[in-house]
Design a protein around this ligand. Structure first.
Ligand SMILES: [Zn+2]
Length: 411
């Protein structure tokens, strides 16, 4: 292998120490003192490698390697360098450190790409401080929400605009971060899986074929409260029961589809909320994800049909559906998937194609260019916790594939 396990480990451990928490995990929120310190580490590393470094208008760090054809659209690789509050040291960082190592090996090998390459560390992907999420990549794609900088507040009531000023950025200039789609060819991201599949199946690398789309429904069922002892089962308008049936039907539909579509109800509010009173109102929230948006739609329609059935057979019930979020799934570039797989096979690294259930910067970047992703295993699937773990050797395998792939793609 041309990449160095030592350097990868050193970069990850050094960056993990730049954290408000001590110990195995990492907490580094956007535009804080720790964030600035991590920025300096990344900027200095990029300069040492010999990249020309710029910080864009929202604090994304971009190190550029010129190509033989400087006008050709650029290939970008990287991930985010902010973390969640209770985060580990690998989420985001694995991709940033991989980008650094890929650039380092290219310089050492004297590789000169045909198109320019950019090695990227993005800001505020987690949305932990300001709730927005995927902020750095959305800024590059011109997808910031209206008045987002003023409306997004952290727990201390500091607006994003104010935090940016304190960090040394001008919130009036965020539009300068927008990239010209004509000038971006591809965004490649290595990330930890954050799920249990690779670890459980003992596979070293995941090649992401799609990033799941997502729809969220808030459903309110209305009925009637009655005494739990004196009202016969056949004479009730029980909203909790209608909700429960719908959730079960939706879940059964995912099993029938058997294509990786996932449905979750993790929030139920039952009113009035007493053991001896039939629920007169139940509000439940459905999160449905998958790569096939038709299947996601089918699961949601199954839930609606179940509610429809409840209402039809019980005049005391009514319901209302409110869709609060809809994000389409993203398919990654098939040619790059093949390149990743070829290289893995050559090097004897086990791999499988898989869905990314979580959203990533690459998902946003797909609005302006082709994207592809590599996953490295998460021990026991744990992530967003201090115990989050990925073996450094696995990150190196991913970095090696990323290096070879970019060498192939950039000629
Ligand atoms: Zn992440």
């Amino acid at each position: 292998m041309k990449t160095s396990l030592e350097r990868i480990k050193n970069d990850i451990d050094s960056l993990a120490k730049i954290s408000v928490t001590q110990g195995p995990g990492c907490c580094r929120q956007t535009y804080t003192k720790e964030f600035a310190e991590a920025r300096d580490y990344i900027v200095n590393s990029m300069k040492e490698i010999g990249l020309s470094v710029r910080e864009d208008a929202v604090g994304n760090i971009i190190g550029r390697m010129e190509g033989k054809n400087p006008e050709a659209p650029v290939i970008m690789t990287g991930s985010h360098f902010d973390t969640v509050r209770t985060g580990g040291r690998f989420d985001g960082l694995a991709g940033v450190v991989t980008a650094l190592e890929v650039a380092r090996v290219m310089k050492a090998e004297g590789f000169v790409p045909n198109c320019p390459l950019e090695f990227v560390a993005t800001a505020e992907e987690e949305g932990t401080r300001f709730s927005g999420g995927l902020f750095g990549s959305r800024a590059m794609c011109g997808q910031l929400y209206e008045n987002e900088l003023e409306n997004s507040l952290d727990l201390d009531g500091i607006s994003m605009a104010q935090a940016m000023r304190e960090y040394g950025l001008d919130p009036e200039k965020v539009d300068e971060a927008i990239l010209d789609p004509e000038k971006v060819r591809m965004f490649l991201e290595l990330h930890i899986e954050q799920g249990p599949v690779l670890d459980a199946e003992n596979i070293e690398i995941g090649i992401v074929d799609a990033i799941a789309g997502l729809r969220r429904w808030v459903i309110t069922v209305k009925g009637r409260s009655d005494h739990s002892g004196s009202t016969p089962m056949t004479m009730r308008a029980d909203t909790m029961l209608a909700a429960a049936k719908a959730i079960v039907k939706g879940t059964e539909k995912t099993a029938e589809l058997a294509d990786g579509t996932m449905v979750t109800c993790g929030s139920v509010e039952v009113k009035p909320g007493a053991m001896n009173v039939v629920a007169n109102e139940t509000i439940f929230k459905i999160d449905c994800r998958g790569k096939n948006m038709d299947s996601v739609g089918a699961v949601l329609e199954t839930i609606r049909e179940s509610l429809e059935e409840s209402v039809k057979t019980n005049a005391g019930l009514s319901y209302e559906v409110n869709e609060i979020l809809r994000i389409e799934s993203v398919y990654t570039d098939e040619k790059v998937q093949d390149v990743f797989e070829e290289i893995a096979k050559e090097k004897g690294i086990s791999c499988k194609r898989m869905l990314s259930g979580a959203g990533h910067d690459a998902m946003i970047m797909s609005a302006i260019c082709d994207v592809a992703m590599l996953f490295v295993p998460s021990l026991n699937g744990r992530s967003h916790v201090p115990e989050e773990w990925t073996d450094y050797e696995d990150i190196q395998k991913g970095a090696e594939i990323m290096y070879e792939a970019i060498c192939k793609l950039a000629v």
